[in-house]
Design a protein around this ligand. Structure first.
Ligand code: KG4
Length: 363
């Protein structure tokens, strides 16, 4: 089966083609193309995503990105698509509508089934291309059994959730942020520190300067809700603590202490994410932890997770996506669409039924 994935939930216009061959023992998964037009430069000067601008850019980019993805996958041959998978939510409604309406038009024109995918479920599958890379692109049923039950830490610019999953398509949100998302906290923190958008990589780079200096960190920022009894998160207090700290410093001192502050700010976010995930993985006795969403690109987060699992001698596997699949992309949408498709046999996949939903929940 060849699936065309389309993703426009935020500030990336992404289209990808994926081929999946199902066998008795599992699935061969081949990403044939994965094209992403990022709008980072456009939104950078505003310090965050401007929905109207995002929508305008998606409208401009989507035919170009689709043509490129199809050309990369099929060369000069006529594209042969069996299924269209498009992100239907959650996300910015003005951005979602562009991808959804474009995909519905293709479904009508080509007379092909279409499936609306939850963006967050897409992220849960983003580790898969990396995971199967050295396994001849084969994802076996027995490997799948070794992954579940799993705890997924989904941390992006718009969401921070802990999801307990007993298997593909079976999800329960056990905790989420009460205010800012982890990625949003990185973005807002970067703005306070005078760093670029997106804030995650900018703060990570600044923090790396402190790590390289081998100096001690004398700054302390709070780790909100780290010991709370539930699995919820809160990042707005950390952001405010950073703001007060920076306001106290003169600009000359800020330049001097910026790497150290960025380091401590990153540590605070990472520590909370790890503590809550570890607590959940123990309580739910999971076989693995899956990291997903843009924040899963954070090197320090992955390092500290690995250290922690090693120190506690826990036989829990850690999965995370390759850098290019950590942030929004269409391959993850195509994978999620495929699994949804094979699970719901005999259902009609009519374009008229697919609707964008900015507040779609994972269930
Ligand atoms: O998943 P994503 O591409 O978009 C959605 O929000 O859906 O995530 C983007 C977020 C941004 O907030 C960005 O700052 C964060 O992911 N991010 C990172 C890193 N790379 C991207 N956060 C921490 N460390 C990174 N290396």
């Amino acid at each position: 089966m060849i699936i065309l994935g389309i993703e426009t939930s935020c500030d990336e216009t992404a289209v990808g083609v994926l081929e999946i061959k199902k066998t008795k023992a599992g699935f061969f998964i081949y990403p044939l193309s994965n094209v992403i037009a990022s709008q980072i430069k456009i939104h950078r000067k505003y310090g965050g995503v401007v929905p109207m601008l995002a929508s305008r850019e998606h409208t401009k980019n989507i035919p170009i990105v689709t043509k490129k993805a199809l050309r990369q996958a099929f060369g000069s041959n006529i594209p042969k698509i069996d299924l269209i998978a498009v992100t239907k939510g959650p996300g910015l409604i003005l951005a979602l509508l562009i991808g959804v309406n474009f995909a519905k038009t293709l479904s009508w024109k080509w007379n092909k089934p279409i499936i609306g995918v939850n963006h967050l479920e897409g992220h849960l599958f983003s580790f898969l291309p990396y995971f199967i890379k050295n396994k001849k692109n084969f994802f076996s049923n027995s490997e799948c059994k070794k992954i579940f039950p799993s705890i997924c830490l989904l941390a992006s610019g718009g969401n921070t959730q802990l999801i307990y999953s007993k298997g593909i398509g079976r999800y329960k949100i056990i905790g989420e942020t009460r205010d800012d998302a982890a990625g949003e906290c990185f973005d807002k923190g970067a703005r306070i520190l005078g760093l670029d958008y997106p804030g995650g990589p900018a703060i990570a780079n600044e923090a790396a300067k402190h790590i390289l200096s081998n100096a001690q960190c004398n700054i302390q920022l709070p780790r909100p809700m780290i010991n709370s009894k539930n699995y919820d998160f809160s990042f707005s207090g950390l952001k405010t603590a950073l703001l007060y700290l920076v306001q106290k410093l003169e600009s000359k001192k800020l330049r001097k202490y910026r790497p150290e502050i960025a380091y401590e700010f990153q540590e605070a976010i990472v520590d909370v994410l790890i503590e809550k995930t570890m607590k959940a993985t123990k309580e739910f006795k999971t076989k693995s932890i899956i990291l997903a969403g843009g924040v899963s690109a954070n090197k320090r987060l992955k390092e500290k997770f690995q250290e922690r699992l090693l120190n506690e001698k826990l036989n829990i596997k850690l999965f995370f996506p390759e850098l290019e699949c950590a942030t929004d992309n269409a391959i993850m949408i195509a994978i999620a669409g495929f699994f949804q498709y094979i699970k719901s046999n005999n259902k009609s996949f009519d374009w008229k039924k697919v609707k964008a939903d900015a507040n779609l929940r994972l269930r």
